[in-house]
Every structure is written in structure tokens, then in C-alpha cells.
Design a protein around this ligand. Structure first.
Ligand code: ADP
Length: 270
């Protein structure tokens, strides 16, 4: 409908230009809608921890002469503050990725460095649950990408694999190279994802089980960030999962000798 209106108004410009303008307008509207949505979601998500902190502070003030209670409530305040800070960090990350003109600098990146850094950062949580993380495959591959963004993406996948697995299970990060793409598969033996939820997990703020996700410090933004990083590299991310058996998330990024990042940016996700 918007397209038709625009054609009438700017008809003297010639059809080709009209269509380009119409596309720009549609794209601008789409971006604007995404931004508005995002702000509404963010405000909603921030309200919960901020509200909890306010309530806890009040409770601490009331319990001032009971040191045990004070300690318990201040510990909860600390946990809420850590979660709030992680949430803000991810919101900043995602809005940067969604921003117009946020083109990552793509250079050849050794995938071994990316995997090692991502796994290292997840190691402490994994150890506390007695989960072993193994890495293997074509770790000598190079991708055409942005080191920091790729670490963020792989780390989000590994963090999830650990968070949604039971104690003493295993998480694997396997790399392979196929048809000019480097595939990084993160495999877990965790709780899995119900079929009807599978297509929604990449949406911003979506969690299959909000209560469990809150316990693990989840924000619901991790996979959305992974999806953006993949698209900005001209790659993609796919998943396989079976409830009770585990999940595999596969990130595919163009290999260093086949840069595809810039060309594929047209298909950016919301
Ligand atoms: P969160 O911060 O809540 O982990 P994500 O965007 O990373 O948010 O993931 C969205 C939801 O997808 C999670 O809340 C969880 O329900 C589900 N999920 C993601 N990864 C896994 C996994 N490896 N195993 C089981 N469920 C997962």
C-alpha cells in the first residue's frame, strides 16, 4: 500500500528510481518498527530486575537489626545486579549489531583462537557443574570475520550448552569445512528444546522456560545476537534438538579464502 502511494507522488522520477525509493521507505519503516519494538521489550525486561532490586533494598532496610536476613537479602541484591549488568551489556551488543551501518571489519581469523577463547570463558561455569568441554575437527581453518564478534557468538552457544545441560554431561565444539564455509557445531546432551519452541529460540527475549533461564542468568538475547553475528558475516546459524537428548547449534561462516560477508548483508535478520 505504501508503495502505491509513493509511486503516485513521485511518478515524474521514472519507474526505476520510484521503486528504489519505495524500497528505501519500506526498509526504513521496517527498521523503525524493529527499533520501536526493541525499546518496548527492553523497557519491559529492565523493569523486572530493577523492581526486584528496589524491593530487596526496602526489605534490607526493614531488617536492619537482623544480620542473617541482611546478609541473605544483600546476596540476592548482588545476584540481581550481576544479571542486570549482563542484560545491559547484551542490549548494547544487540543494538550495535542492529544499528544501521554497523558493518563489522572482516579479516582472516583463525578459528582455533575463536573456539579457545570462547571455551575458556565458559570453563568456570562448566567446571562448577562437572561438565567437560571438548574441542576438535578442522581447528586450523580460517574464516573471514571479526574476531570479537565471533568469540561472542561461539561463547553464547557454549554458555547455553553448559547452562541447559545436567551435571557431569559433555559439551563438544566441532569444526569442519565444507563448500567454502567453516561450520562450528556446539553439541550438548542437555534438556533439549520442544519442537514448537524450536523456531522461536532465535527471537529476542524469547526463553522456553523463563524461570529456569532466570536461574541460569539468561537474558533471552544470546541466540538473537548469534543470529545477527552470523548474518553480518554472510553466514547462518541452524539448530537440531530433541527434548531429553540434547541440542546442536551450527554456526556457518565463510572461509577466509571465500569472503562472502559484505555481499550477503542484504539479508540481515530483524
Ligand atoms: P538465554 O539467555 O535465556 O539463554 P538465548 O537467546 O541464548 O537466551 O536462548 C533462548 C532460549 O533457548 C533459552 O532461554 C533456552 O530456553 C533455549 N536454549 C538455548 N540454547 C539451548 C540449549 N543448548 N539447550 C536447551 N535449550 C536451549
Amino acid at each position: 500500500q505504501g508503495t502505491v502511494l509513493l509511486q503516485v507522488r513521485v511518478a515524474p522520477l521514472g519507474l526505476e528510481r520510484v521503486l528504489v525509493l519505495a524500497e528505501d521507505r519500506t526498509e526504513a519503516r521496517r527498521v523503525e518498527a524493529i527499533r520501536r519494538d526493541f525499546v518496548v521489550n527492553v523497557s519491559h525486561e529492565l523493569k523486572t530486575p530493577v523492581g526486584a532490586l528496589a524491593l530487596l533494598a526496602e526489605t534490607v532496610a526493614d531488617a536492619a537489626d537482623d544480620p542473617v536476613a541482611v546478609r541473605r537479602f544483600t546476596e540476592r541484591m548482588q545476584r540481581e545486579a550481576v544479571r542486570l549488568s549482563a542484560l545491559v551489556q547484551e542490549i548494547i551488543e544487540l543494538s550495535r549489531l542492529q544499528g544501521a551501518g554497523a558493518v563489522p571489519k572482516l579479516t582472516p581469523v583463525p578459528i582455533r583462537d575463536v573456539v579457545e577463547e570462547a571455551v575458556d570463558r565458559a570453563r568456570t561455569t562448566a567446571q562448577s557443574k562437572n561438565i567437560a568441554i571438548t574441542t576438535g575437527g578442522a581447528l586450523d581453518s580460517e574464516v573471514y570475520g571479526d574476531h570479537n564478534l565471533l568469540v561472542t557468538a561461539v561463547r553464547n552457544l557454549v554458555d547455553n550448552a553448559v547452562a541447559y545441560s545436567g551435571p557431569a554431561s559433555r559439551v563438544g565444539v566441532g569444526v569442519s569445512e565444507r563448500a567454502g564455509l567453516v561450520e562450528i557445531a556446539v553439541v550438548d546432551q542437555g534438556i533439549g528444546i520442544a519442537e514448537d519452541a524450536q523456531e522461536r529460540v532465535f527471537e529476542r527475549f524469547y526463553r522456553v522456560d523463563p524461570a529456569r533461564s532466570r536461574d541460569t542468568g539468561g537474558t533471552g538475547l544470546g541466540l538473537s545476537i548469534v543470529k545477527h553475528v552470523a548474518a553480518d558475516h554472510g553466514g547462518d546459524v541452524t539448530m537440531w534438538s530433541e527434548p531429553g537428548r540434547g541440542s546442536t547449534f551450527t554456526l556457518r561462516i565463510p572461509a577466509a579464502d571465500r569472503p562472502g560477508g559484505a555481499a550477503a548483508r542484504a539479508a540481515r535478520p530483524a
